[in-house]
Each structure stands twice: as C-alpha cells, then as structure tokens.
Design a protein around this ligand. Structure first.
Ligand code: DGL
Length: 294
C-alpha cells in the first residue's frame, strides 16, 4: 500500500499537526500538545461514530486507522501525525509508518521510556484496553528498552465507558470499586510505576491514585506531547517561540452536538462558555479507503 494523498492547500508557511483517536480520549493528548507546543496548528479527528476500538480485531483496527489517517492527510498537509490512541498505536503503528511518508508517532514508546525513567524498583504496571494488552506492544517496547524490568499488565475494559459517561469522581464508589478490582494484581505486585496505556485513563488519575497511593502514573498524552516536541525540534520547523497561538480544528464521524460538552471535560475547559471549542465538523469516514476497501 502506498500513500497518494492529495492534500488541500493550507497555509504556505504553516503546516498543522494531525492528531487522531477512536473518539474523545485523544483529547487528553491534544491538551498536553497545546500546553507544550501552543504555537502549533492542530487538526483533531475523533472517530466518535465507531468508538470503541479497544474491543475490536487487529484487522478492523488497522482498517479504521488507515481511513483515519487518510482523512487527516486529505484535509491538510500535516507536518506530523500523532496517534493519540493506545489501541491504534499497539495495533497499527508499523503499518501506518510503512504506508505513509508523513512522520507518525504513537503513544507507546514515549510512555515506555518515561516508565523506565520513573521506576525505582524495576516493577512496572500497564493498564490499557483489551486489544492493546493482547497485542503485547507494551511488553515489547519495555523489554527492548530495559530487559531487566518486570511488567504486569491488565486490561480494564470498563474504564472507557466509565470515562465516556462522566464517572470520574474519586469519591464515586462505582469507578472506585471497578478500579480496586482491576488494579488488585498490580497493587499486590508492588509495581512503583503504572502506565496509563489508554488516552481515556488520565481522567481516572484521581481514582487510580486512591487505589495505588504513591505509585507514579505515566500519562501517555503528556509523554507523546514531549516526543512530538522533540520530533518537531529536530525534523520540522516548529512554531515554538513565535508567540502565536495555533488554531485547532475538530472533526468527528458522528453527531457534533454532544461532542463539545464531552470534549470540554477531556480538555479541562469551561463547558458553560458559549463556544469552548470552536467549530466541530462531521465527516463521512467510510468515504476514505482502508485495508478492507483499498
Ligand atoms: N482511546 C483509546 C485508547 O487509547 C481507547 C478507547 C477505545 O477503545 O477506542 O486505547
């Protein structure tokens, strides 16, 4: 498969960074990218019509990921693309990197590096979607970086629906009991560092910290934002230091009405403000070719 995208004309000097996720979770990465690289123009695509990806097959996730990336590259001449999704990174990063010429970074390597830096006792936990854990991608990334590290991983399939439905209050017994059940083995293992391997999970930080007090929590969004900065500093002209605030465009594959309020939660914005996000546009993602409809 080769990439013959035909980007629409964008600014002559500024090229945006594309970011995509299966839905809203990737906004936690966008928030960190805005904080660390405020001058960059960003284009976000959330596949809200087909979320969740984390329970789907490897083949379906790869198909969706190719369509998502094709959409971003047809919309703009992106200078880099961030896969703001643990599930897509775990399943499709090598495929996307071999099929498209744009620099693409995922969330797993940056998070694994941060975890290896953070651990003092060499015991690291990883929590993520079923598909991410089943792929073994976190195990491979950590083993490559530090073979001596011992890893305990756990799929937490109820975390995404809890976050999507706003069950994120650390005093709420429903997410707290769920977290206690999911995290029991990691707690018993004595891991001092846990990778939040899904971009939805930073919203559960308060709850996870309550169950795992004193454990360092690695936020994939924050780590990928640093990795993007390194990439732009070395390979592409970054907008850092220009004093400008970049534009953000949002695209989704389902209705836009509920998106702004839900997205504001992920971005930590004031949802009572009239236009907290700006414009959100809906696109037909099935119009883009993937591996199942080449
Ligand atoms: N944001 C996705 C991830 O980081 C989780 C949501 C999903 O299952 O699609 O893995």
């Amino acid at each position: 498969m080769t990439d013959n995208h035909n980007p629409r004309e964008t600014s002559a000097v500024r090229r945006p960074v594309g970011i995509f996720d299966s839905g809203l979770g990737g906004l936690t990465a966008l928030r960190e990218i805005r904080r660390i690289l405020p001058g960059e123009d960003l284009i976000y695509f959330g596949d809200t019509g087909r979320v969740p990806y984390g329970t789907r097959s490897h083949e379906t996730i790869c198909h969706y990921a190719v369509q998502d990336l094709r959409f971003l590259l047809s919309e703009a001449d992106c200078k880099a693309v961030v896969i703001a999704c643990g599930t897509v990174t775990a399943n499709a990063l090598p495929l996307l990197q071999s099929a498209f010429s744009v620099p693409i970074i995922g969330v797993i390597d940056p998070a694994a590096k941060a975890a290896v830096r953070a651990t003092k006792n060499g015991k690291i936990g990883v929590i993520a979607t079923q598909s991410s854990i089943a792929s073994g991608a976190y195990d491979r990334a950590l083993a490559e970086l530090e073979p001596e590290v011992s890893l305990i991983s756990r799929a937490c399939p109820l975390f995404v629906p809890l976050v999507e439905n706003g069950f994120v209050d650390p005093d709420d017994p429903i997410p707290l009991l769920t977290a206690e059940r999911y995290l029991a083995d990691i707690k018993a293992s004595g891991a001092d560092t846990v990778i939040l391997g899904c971009t939805h999970y930073p919203l559960l930080k308060g709850i996870i910290s309550k169950v795992l007090p004193g454990v360092a929590l690695i936020d994939t969004g924050e780590e990928v934002a640093h990795a993007l900065k390194t990439l732009l500093d070395t390979e592409e002209p970054a907008e850092a230091g220009t004093g400008r605030t970049g534009d953000v465009q949002y695209f989704v594959s389902d209705e836009t009405q509920g998106f702004a309020a839900a997205a504001s939660r992920f971005l930590g914005l004031d949802i009572t403000s009239k236009a907290p996000l700006g414009e959100v546009r809906r696109i037909d993602i099935e119009a883009y070719s993937g591996i199942l409809n080449p």
